[in-house]
Design a protein. Structure first.
Length: 238
């Protein structure tokens, strides 16, 4: 049965944040720093930066504050990664973190069929909410850049409301705004904790966007009700 309402994540669900793997993003970022690091050290430094990022984001206790200031966070991660390869240079760490921000902004794209799917769902009478974590300005810049605002009945940015996924209030607040409940709503997203495990505990039907095509990891926190490889699959049967 089609849902009455759908809550959509934004980053890596409707918008592709970068090309290739996260480790590759760090490696491409380092291309402009070969003079400081040396060509031979770029791959090892990229590995160290990626490992530092994985370790940093695995700490849920600092996750919320960190994602609300990604400029500072990426500078901090860069410093952690550089120290892994024996480089103590705060200025360089800041420059690498800032270069990562520029690269990700340049490579960011809308996933294929995103507008088409959202417009189809609204035309079918499904009420839509965009529920995204992060700070006000960067998230709204993406909403404007990719022409998303008028496609949703409710837009909820963590930096505006003061709470975000996986806090239960994030889902309930969006559902209330849509006049929907957990039994008639879906959550669509790429994060297995925020868009699958947490909403599933509340009784929301969950759709995992496996945009990388890698499948569920062995340590997945929950089994999604449905897995899609692309957004076009979402409206099959509508």
């Amino acid at each position: 049965m089609p849902p009455q309402a759908i809550l959509f994540d934004m980053d890596d669900t409707l918008i592709s944040s970068f090309k290739g793997s996260p480790r590759d993003v760090w490696r491409r970022t380092l291309d402009e720093f070969h003079a400081e690091l040396g060509h031979a050290a770029l791959d090892a430094t990229a590995d160290a930066l990626y490992a530092a990022a994985l370790e940093f984001w695995s700490d849920v206790s600092r996750h919320k504050q960190a994602r609300l200031d990604l400029v500072r966070t990426r500078r901090e991660i860069s410093g952690l990664g550089l120290r892994r390869v024996g480089v103590e240079d705060e200025t360089l760490a800041h420059r690498i973190g800032d270069a990562l921000n520029v690269l990700r902004d340049r490579e960011m794209t809308l996933f294929p069929h995103a507008h088409e799917i959202l417009d189809h769902l609204r035309a079918a009478g499904v009420r839509l909410a965009l529920v995204t974590n992060g700070a006000h300005e960067p998230q709204w810049e993406k909403i404007r850049r990719f022409d998303l605002a008028h496609r949703f009945d409710h837009i909820q940015v963590e930096g505006d409301v003061g709470f975000g996924k996986p806090e239960p209030e994030a889902y309930f607040h969006a559902l209330h705004a849509l006049g929907a409940d957990t039994k008639t709503a879906w959550m669509v997203g790429d994060n297995l904790e925020w868009e699958v495990a947490a909403p599933k505990r509340l009784g929301i039907h969950t759709v995992w966007h496996d945009h990388t095509g890698n499948g569920l990891p062995d340590n997945a926190p929950a089994q999604p009700d449905r897995i899609i490889r692309g957004l076009a699959e979402l409206i099959e049967g509508f």
